[in-house]
Design a binder for this molecule. Structure first.
Ligand SMILES: CC(C)(COP(=O)(O)OP(=O)(O)OC[C@H]1O[C@@H](n2cnc3c(N)ncnc32)[C@H](O)[C@@H]1OP(=O)(O)O)[C@@H](O)C(=O)NCCC(=O)NCCS
Length: 183
């Protein structure tokens, strides 16, 4: 089995936020950032895998602060964890206002990418050489993230099977809704 360092596949994409990226409120459209994050995740994962990769899952993208037109956005991508064919890529988004010399961390998200062979089947990726305590920490967190995600998926499936709407109307009492079923 081959191994590669985390450093070997680190990628940074920097892009100027131009007016055509703005939404009706004048801030940068969330979809633009998602697209850039996906590009950074793809570049990083395919560098590590040495093959074509696809996005399988995105774990929590929280847009906590708006990004303005004119800011320089950098997306730093690195591999945190590898399974057999999957890679967990951490994307840190940093926005810089060059005229004010201010830099903000806007969000961090995790993309799961899977390497594919020429028959479109999941393909084994190289293992990771962990060269710092931080990289060891991230890898262990990756194992835990995967475990928690599996539990969450099972929980959501069970929830969908369990909830019988008309037997649970009491749960709506303190909520901001009004049940008015159409006959
Ligand atoms: C995801 C996909 C690769 C799974 O293929 P599969 O033949 O079912 O293969 P597996 O079940 O062996 O899964 C392959 C890997 O993906 C991981 N995986 C599958 N679904 C996942 C999910 N929802 N979240 C995280 N990882 C997932 C598996 O854990 C496995 O990882 P491992 O090899 O490191 O153990 C396949 O469904 C696919 O190609 N989906 C479309 C992806 C795509 O086109 N993305 C672009 C968005 S339009």
């Amino acid at each position: 089995m081959s191994f590669k360092t985390v450093a070997a596949s680190k990628v940074t994409i920097t892009e100027l936020m131009i007016p055509s990226y703005a939404n009706f409120g004048g801030k940068i459209h969330g979809g633009i950032l998602l697209s850039l994050m996906d590009k950074a995740a793809f570049a990083c994962a395919s560098k590590h895998a040495g093959s074509y990769c696809v996005t399988v899952s995105v774990d929590t993208v929280d847009f906590l602060q708006p990004i303005e037109v004119g800011e320089l956005v950098s997306l730093h991508a690195s591999i945190h964890y590898v399974g057999r064919s999957s890679m967990l890529v951490g994307i840190q988004v940093v926005s810089e206002n060059v005229t004010e010399s201010s830099v903000r961390n806007t969000n961090t998200s995790f993309f799961t990418m899977v390497s594919k062979d020429k028959h479109d089947k999941p393909k084994e990726v190289p293992g990771l050489v962990l060269e710092s305590e931080e990289e060891v920490k991230r890898f262990i967190e990756g194992i835990e993230r995967k475990r928690m995600k599996d539990l969450y998926k099972k929980g959501i499936k069970a929830l969908r099977e369990k909830v019988v709407p008309m037997e649970n109307l009491d749960k709506l009492e303190a909520e901001r809704c009004h049940v008015n079923l159409k006959k």
